[in-house]
Design a protein around this ligand. Structure first.
Ligand code: PGA
Length: 219
């Protein structure tokens, strides 16, 4: 018991997170961080492939991602819905339409995240499943860069709804009402089953499980 308490008085907790989770994960860590000020939290934010590489090396104890790799022995806990939406700049003619089909969009330039991004992989999968050829006109290395490029009128994009403000119009963006969208995905917290979790990692998981018993949805 005393040893357990000591284990939470000081220490380090390394977490990896894909870029789309940086919009809410720090908030989720808040109560744990306040309760255990002696635990130094290191949150690495990278794209999906980089997070997979970190998991493979064992850099972190926990990782938050949408598409966990199948080649590693991972425990997984789906903890949040991740709807992915198609966006356009505010005032775009397509945004005036009440209903759209994905096919209606392909005349517009497509802006995508970089190769290695889970968001990009979902986009490519969705297009392939529907037999639609819509090659990206540009690749951009962050969600914010994609949002700025869309707002600047360079094209349309698929992003996690969580990367957008509660009111996307406040950022000069609009979510397009495309049939079959949002794509419904989930984020999962994963950890390696072949390694023992530290006390701080187990404590954080317990804390999140209690508070997220009801899944959080974006507004
Ligand atoms: P990413 O994040 O596009 O930054 O890789 C999305 C994900 O993989 O969940």
């Amino acid at each position: 018991e005393a040893a357990a308490l000591q284990g939470l008085r000081q220490g380090r907790l390394r977490i990896a997170a894909v870029t789309t989770t940086e919009y809410f994960l720090p908030d989720l860590l808040g109560p744990f961080a306040r309760a255990y000020p002696g635990i130094r939290i290191e949150l690495a934010v990278e794209n999906r492939d980089a997070v997979v590489a970190r998991l493979q090396r064992g850099d972190d104890e926990l990782a938050a991602m949408m598409r966990p790799p199948t080649h590693l022995p991972l425990a997984r806990w789906p903890f949040l819905e991740n709807p992915l939406v198609l966006i356009a700049p505010l005032g775009h003619p397509l945004a005036a339409r009440r209903r759209l089909r994905l096919q209606d969009l392909v005349g517009e330039p497509l802006l995508a995240r970089e190769t290695g991004s889970g968001t990009r992989a979902v986009l490519e999968e969705a297009l392939a499943e529907r037999g639609i050829a819509w090659p990206p006109r540009m690749a951009l290395g962050s969600n914010e860069a994609v949002k700025h490029a869309v707002r600047a009128g360079l094209g349309l994009a698929l992003l996690s709804r969580h990367t957008l403000a509660a009111d996307p119009a406040s950022e000069g963006l609009v979510v397009l009402p495309v049939a079959g969208f949002p794509l419904r995905r989930q984020w999962v917290l994963v950890w390696r089953q072949d390694r023992a979790l530290s006390l701080p990692a187990r404590t954080l998981l317990d804390d999140l499980r209690q508070r997220l018993g009801v899944r959080v949805r974006p507004t």
